[in-house]
Design a binder for this molecule. Structure first.
Ligand code: MN
Length: 249
């Protein structure tokens, strides 16, 4: 029998916390269905080994757009490891000022990732899209048809028109507490279809007053989301679990 998770953290860097085993334990104890994203293919196997036997933690194979310039030679390893998991992330594009210069390489890697996922079929991807929402959606539309893979846009910050386009392409959105701090983010999130919403921490990058957010700790994200959508928090949390079940089924 498969137990139902209580909540969802669909984008967390468990291996960037000081103790990966403890981070996995925290997600298990709180029954948080967690996608442990990785930033390089080399990091994948250790995560898989540590998460073996975990009920609520799944490991994504990733190559973060910030690391593409130095790590793109690991694409061969990415391809070799892809059959070992259904989940891919963190991948994507970042056209912000610090990473703009590697955009050509990022595009080449991202297109390759999407093509490999399309060929493999049935993958679920957690995608980064800073200042590149339109380009990410162009690539997804061209290279990963809806029936051959599923896309979750992590920390989406595009326009409302881009959000509509993403929803029409079948994308889900994982929302964290930091996205809901400012009006622009709140307005965007309020426009998303409720049956495509997931929660995430993006830990340990998102921080609380006391330091990095805890692994799987989506409590503030759920609280802010329920205030924004005027929904009861536990109902909303259950809906997000149902959204996850629909995504992976
Ligand atoms: Mn991330």
């Amino acid at each position: 029998m498969i137990s139902t998770p209580s909540r969802v953290d669909f984008h967390c860097h468990l291996d960037l916390y000081p103790d990966l085993a403890l981070a996995i334990d925290a997600c298990e104890t709180s029954r948080t269905a967690t996608l442990a994203v990785t930033t390089t293919p080399k990091a994948f196997r250790q995560n898989m080994r540590m998460a073996r036997g975990a009920e609520f933690v799944r490991v994504g194979l990733g190559l973060h757009p910030h690391l593409v310039e130095e790590r793109r030679s690991e694409m061969a390893l990415f391809e070799a490891l892809l059959p070992e998991t259904r989940y891919v992330g963190e991948v994507g594009l970042d056209a912000g000022p610090r990473f703009y210069r590697s955009m050509r390489q990022q595009l080449s890697v991202f297109r390759q990732v999407l093509s490999l996922c399309n060929a493999a079929g049935n993958k679920i991807l957690s995608i980064h899209s800073v200042r590149a929402a339109g380009q990410v959606l162009d690539c997804v539309e061209e290279l990963l048809p809806r029936d051959s893979g599923r896309v979750v846009l992590h920390w989406f910050s595009g326009t409302q028109a881009e959000a509509r386009r993403a929803a029409e392409l079948g994308c889900y959105f994982s929302v964290n507490q930091a996205m809901l701090e400012r009006e622009r983010g709140r307005t965007l999130v309020a426009s998303l279809p409720e049956d495509r919403l997931l929660t995430e921490t993006d830990g340990p990058f998102v921080e609380n007053d006391e330091g990095p957010i805890g692994p799987g700790d989506v409590s503030l994200a759920v609280e802010r989301l329920s205030a924004l959508l005027e929904r009861n928090a536990s109902d909303l949390q259950r809906q997000i679990v149902r959204n996850l079940v629909a995504l992976v089924s």
